[in-house]
Design a protein around this ligand. Structure first.
Ligand code: XBP
Ligand code: MG
Length: 256
């Protein structure tokens, strides 16, 4: 039997509810600054989340929802420029404390750290966004709590491809049986499940109805001792909030 050695966290939707009031708002600010009359409503953004990665999402939007837009000759640069502006709006929003961590996230991270369980990040978002979220919620030192931050274009294929999880495990010299992943979305569970990781899913407004085949458990949140989670699928083994004991028990149930 393999011991649990590391927790690998997705970022957007898992650590914090960043999509609707963080990324979406930052995209719209970048569009406005560029003089574009594009406005991504919360409902449209839900459809655009089918594609991971901000640059990829802008292209998907133009292909599927704004095909009449006359693309400039230097289209790749145009998309990259818009996305860079979006990243700076996003990190500014984080610095203003726009988005808190989800319930239970800080408690679980601290518990793992204190128990010597290693920590890592596997996300499709841009590295600056991860460091902004972590430093403005957990403090600047928290960046160093995570042994590997696998983010953005570091692998050519973003989630639902499993590449980012392989990258992180390779950097940590760990096998899938030694890790548990935390995800919130269809694309996320596809990625972690293909990487053969036990995965705890916490859903959010955009992902509550997603297909989470392959998840060890699906919950509405990690919860706190005085704020229990609701189980959406699976067996919570008698626990009411996600703590390290519960993560170990779920890991044992799949690998024991
Ligand atoms: C979520 C994503 C990202 C963000 C936008 O990543 O798909 O693309 O929506 O960030 P995850 P960027 O859930 O894996 O953390 O604009 O920086 O790509
Ligand atoms: Mg996510």
């Amino acid at each position: 039997m393999s011991e649990l050695a590391a927790l690998i966290f997705d970022v957007d939707g898992t650590l914090a509810d960043t999509e609707r009031d963080g990324h979406r708002v930052a995209f719209n600010l970048a569009f406005e600054e560029a003089g574009l009359e594009w406005e991504w409503s919360p409902a449209l953004y839900g459809e655009l989340l089918a594609v991971t990665g901000g640059k990829e999402r802008i292209r998907f939007y133009l292909d599927k929802y704004n095909a009449d837009f006359k693309r400039p000759g230097n289209f790749d640069e145009f998309v990259a420029g818009l996305h860079a502006a979006k990243t700076s709006f996003y990190t500014k929003l984080m610095s203003e404390g726009a988005i808190p961590l989800r319930p239970g996230v800080e408690r679980l991270i601290n518990e793992a750290k204190d128990a010597g369980v290693r920590l890592a990040i596997a996300t499709t978002t841009t590295p600056e966004n991860v460091t902004a979220l972590l430093s403005y919620t957990l403090g600047a030192d928290s960046i160093d709590w995570f042994e590997v931050i696998g983010a953005g274009d570091i692998v050519p294929l973003k989630k639902p491809a499993h590449d980012i999880y392989h990258y992180v495990m390779e950097e940590m010299n760990l096998a899938p049986e030694q890790c548990v992943a935390f995800e919130d979305s269809y694309n996320g569970i596809r990625s972690s499940h293909q990487a053969r990781l036990t995965t705890v899913v916490t859903t959010n407004g955009y992902t509550a109805d997603d297909d989470f085949t392959g998840a060890a458990i699906v919950l509405d949140q990690m919860g706190e001792p005085d704020e229990p989670f609701t189980v959406q699928r699976g067996d919570a083994l008698g626990y009411t909030h996600v703590n390290l004991d519960m993560v170990r028990a779920l890991h044992r149930a799949e690998h024991g």
